[in-house]
Write a protein that binds this ligand. Structure first.
Ligand SMILES: Nc1ncnc2c1ncn2[C@@H]1O[C@H](COP(=O)(O)OP(=O)(O)OP(=O)(O)O)[C@@H](O)[C@H]1O
Length: 381
């Protein structure tokens, strides 16, 4: 269609390039200011340059959402914009007779999805796909959607059902800090990068009230436990326990203040994601009691100690490995309060390949990590 209107091929070549610039000039000198184009289907001609110019103009005008037909393009503001996510605005989109006539927003997507479930005689499942490259804002957007559904899908009539719905909402929202503590890490591109994929299912009853949620995770980057790229970090939870443990917990978990762990690079970086209290509180709300939490954190502390163990090169793979330096398995195992040290000494841990001196060399480290992740209860109120 574009070819007919503009009478030139979209192929490459000097002539095509010139007419494209002409098109661009024409587009830029159009009557409507670029930032007012709230749907990319209105951009004409549709080229990478015109679309990017339009998004750039909207970004400069602090307009971060743009429709592209039935898709919503979200630009990452990289700054707090609290008024864009206020409960009042959620209610405005929820109450609007035609939310699609309001400014493009993630709440429009939420509301339309909610109405699609609601308006049909037979409820039909709805899916929202949030995609983009690392740091694009997927986690943020999913959080906003969950908050939106928690607000709009909670208008029960009786006090009792109100109480239940409120508890469910709180649990759903509390799943975020827990998932992020255990599955997110600081990378070169994003201080809070999700190192796993997730499928979040929100369940509504026939009255469209939230009755539960289930989260399936997949492709967790387990290798990060034992191996982090330079300038990146391990999963947040390791830093949280090292920075936030109480004096008693430090003693119990063998985590003295300022202890150095080779699996804990860049501990000096302080991130807002390092807040142990938030994770603990959220775990409590999810039904993970304090003794269970302590067991989990103790396993994590033990993993950190495990990462500090170094083995000497061995020519004979049939023989138990020799520990390097003055490392004693018993010291490390103390953090787990287990007989690990004994069995390691008696039977010898797997022999690392030549030139690799730690557990990571043998690929063992990811395994406790996997077990740990699987030990987490599924987030289901
Ligand atoms: N709508 C927004 N408003 C304010 N800040 C935002 C918004 N979206 C994203 N950010 C900022 O950008 C950062 C990266 O966003 P986010 O973690 O959601 O990216 P992501 O796409 O999930 O990345 P990854 O794939 O690495 O997990 C956030 O920590 C936050 O600081």
């Amino acid at each position: 269609m574009l070819q007919q209107v503009y009478g030139h091929s979209s192929g490459s070549g000097a002539q095509g390039g010139e007419s494209l610039r002409e098109d661009l000039r024409e587009f830029l000198s159009g009557e409507a200011p670029l930032h007012q184009l709230d749907d990319l289907t209105k951009v004409n001609p549709v080229t990478l340059e015109t679309v990017l110019r339009c998004l750039q103009a909207r970004y400069a005008a602090d307009t971060f959402y743009t429709n592209a037909g039935c898709t919503l393009v979200a630009l990452n503001p990289f700054k707090p914009v609290p008024q864009l996510y206020s409960p009042a605005l959620m209610r405005e989109y929820h109450a609007a007779p035609q939310p699609q006539k309001l400014k493009p927003h993630i709440f429009t997507v939420g509301e339309q999805t909610y109405r699609n479930v609601k308006s049909l005689t037979e409820p039909v499942n709805q899916s929202v796909i949030v995609s983009g490259e690392s740091g694009a804002g997927k986690t943020w957007t999913s959080r906003c959607l969950m908050k939106f559904f928690a607000v709009v899908a909670a208008s029960p009539t009786s006090w009792e059902s109100h109480r239940i719905t409120e508890r469910i909402e709180q649990r759903i929202l509390n799943s975020n800090p827990v998932m992020e503590a255990f599955g997110n890490a600081c990378t070169l591109r994003n201080n809070n990068s999700s190192r796993f994929g997730k499928f979040i299912q929100l369940q509504l009853n026939r009255a469209q009230q939230m009755t539960g949620a289930a989260v399936q995770t997949y492709l967790l980057e387990k290798t990060r436990v034992a191996c982090q790229a330079s300038s990146e970090r391990n999963f947040h939870i390791f830093y949280q326990i090292c920075k936030g443990a109480s004096t008693d917990e430090r003693l119990q978990w063998h985590l003295p203040e300022g202890a150095a762990f080779s699996w804990l690079p860049n501990p000096e970086r302080t991130l807002e994601e390092d807040c142990f209290e938030v994770t603990r509180e959220a775990m409590l709300h999810l039904g993970i009691d304090t003794p269970t939490q302590n067991n989990i954190f103790q396993v994590l502390a033990g993993l950190l100690h495990l990462g500090n163990i170094r083995f000497a090169d061995s020519e004979d793979e049939a023989q138990p490995c020799q520990l390097m330096g003055d490392a004693k398995c018993e010291d490390r195992a103390g953090a787990w309060g287990s007989g690990f040290g004994h069995s390691a000494r008696e039977q010898g841990p797997p022999c690392p390949q030549k030139g690799q001196h730690g557990w990571d060399g043998g690929g063992e480290a990811g395994r406790p990590g996997v077990g740990m992740w699987k030990a987490m209860p599924s987030v289901k109120p």
